[in-house]
Design a protein around this ligand. Structure first.
Ligand SMILES: [Zn+2]
Ligand SMILES: [Zn+2]
Length: 448
């Protein structure tokens, strides 16, 4: 529902009759457009530890909505557009901070060698595509939004089993790759792995994305830092060329053993399509190079997409295979889900939890991950935002005792809180009001 749908007049009239409308509006505004918040019951008391003075007390049932409302923070656009937009912006900030500094990351990272790399899955059988030259192997020139793109030319010979199992092992391949990458960089610098730690560090941020064929691929920003991360200059030998060469070697070498299914031993590795491009600073950019802004925008865009946007699959788990028959899902996605479901029944594949992740086509990893020293964290960005909102609310109340945590002395405040889950979502009236506070995309300085 959006604010442009007709208002649910009766629900709004009921809310108005409670006489708490201004307070309710303030509470809903704090959700930033989230219409599927988590509702909490409970209380929170902030006590000054030396004076015993109660600085702040909050009881959920006293709030205009009758509960404390917390944003759902869902990353998927199909589940919560407002929270997905916040997630996209946070991801953009996080990637940008690692490229040009800011949010606690030193600006000197902009001078470190960085590349943008894309790692793909191998082929599981020919699919309809739009080659740069000529036509698809089926003889057609497909439109760029043609539904058949990414679907197999011959579904009966397409390797659905390997496709699903590859997704299920994608995070492991990445983990192996990142170990090998450090080794390959060290080797090129003439250092042992032990010595390497005293000279340099490899930092990265990556996102997972589904290709139309339903295979996961990774986009990553990979950076060479000094021994203490972004704060320290990389050694003289650290160049984008050396990094590129090391990535190529590590990606080729990284493979993980998979299960043996009906006599077939699976091994998983990245596909041969590996794209690595150096990232230039915007001020050095002549217009043709890949810039920091473009990279951050690209990664952030994909961070909010799930399998459903690329392949038309589901955005939540299925409980029974019979559910699949009732949903309108393209045949290729249906076969991937069915394969995951069938393999999920095998005892020897139990740890892959393929039934729980069937709607994700087998992938159960995180959609965006980063090494510890890359830049700030999504959690830190969220805390900063919550703190800012708390301060705004305090100012609105005329309460000048509230200070942001980083300016106040945390040690003098004791927080007593107890919260219990009371449900999710909003009433129809609340939902209509909340939707009117949605984020608008395309904020200043941020390409969408
Ligand atoms: Zn939400
Ligand atoms: Zn075709």
């Amino acid at each position: 529902m959006t604010a442009t749908t007709p208002p649910p007049v009766r629900d709004l009239a009921f809310l108005a009759s409670l006489g708490t409308m201004p307070g309710l509006m303030r509470q809903l505004k704090g959700l930033g457009g989230c219409t599927t918040p988590i509702r909490l019951d409970g209380h929170r008391t902030d006590v000054h530890t030396t004076t015993g003075e109660i600085l702040h007390h909050l009881t959920a049932s006293d709030l205009p909505a009758g509960n404390l409302l917390v944003r759902c923070n869902n990353r998927r656009t199909t589940r919560c557009p407002a929270c997905a937009e916040t997630y996209r912006r946070d991801t953009y900030q996080l990637i940008t901070a690692g490229l040009r500094g800011g949010k606690g990351t030193p600006e000197r990272v902009a001078t470190h060698p960085r590349v943008f790399a894309t790692f793909t899955a191998p082929s599981f059988g020919p699919v309809h595509n739009r080659p740069a030259k000529g036509r698809c192997r089926c003889g057609t020139t497909h439109a760029d939004d043609a539904p058949e793109l990414g679907t197999p030319l011959d579904p009966d010979t397409y390797d659905y089993e390997a496709a699903v199992l590859w997704n299920a092992h994608a995070s492991k391949i990445w983990a192996r790759f990142s170990i090998y990458l450090r080794r390959e960089v060290a080797k090129r610098a003439g250092l042992t792995q032990r010595e390497f730690r005293d000279h340099a560090r490899v930092s990265f941020a990556k996102v997972a994305e589904y290709q139309r064929r339903g295979a996961i691929h990774f986009h990553a920003v990979i950076r060479l830092d000094g021994p203490e991360g972004g704060d320290t200059p990389p050694p003289a030998w650290a160049t984008a060329e050396l990094l590129t060469d090391a990535i190529r070697a590590a990606a080729t070498a990284a493979d993980v053993p998979g299960p043996v299914i009906d006599g077939r031993a699976h091994t998983f590795a990245f596909g041969t399509q590996l794209d690595i491009r150096p990232i230039r600073s915007a001020d050095l950019d002549g217009g043709t190079e890949l810039t920091e802004r473009a990279v951050a925008a690209y990664i952030a865009k994909y961070a909010t997409k799930g399998a459903e946007t690329a392949t038309g699959t589901l955005d939540r788990p299925i409980k029974f295979l019979a559910e699949l028959g009732r949903k309108s899902i393209p045949e290729h996605a249906r076969r991937l889900i069915r394969t995951a479901w069938t393999l999920g029944a095998r005892k020897d594949l139990e740890d892959l939890r393929l039934r729980a992740w069937a709607h994700m086509l087998g992938f159960r990893g995180h959609f965006s991950t980063k090494s510890r020293r890359y830049s700030t964290t999504l959690g830190a960005l969220r805390t900063a935002r919550a703190e800012w909102r708390r301060l705004q609310a305090a100012i609105a109340r005329g309460d000048d005792t509230a200070v942001p945590a980083d300016q106040g002395d945390d040690d003098t405040t004791l927080v007593l809180a107890h919260w219990a889950f009371a449900g999710t979502g909003l009433t129809r009236g609340e939902e209509w009001l909340a939707a009117s506070f949605a984020n608008t995309p395309g904020a200043k300085g941020e390409p969408t």
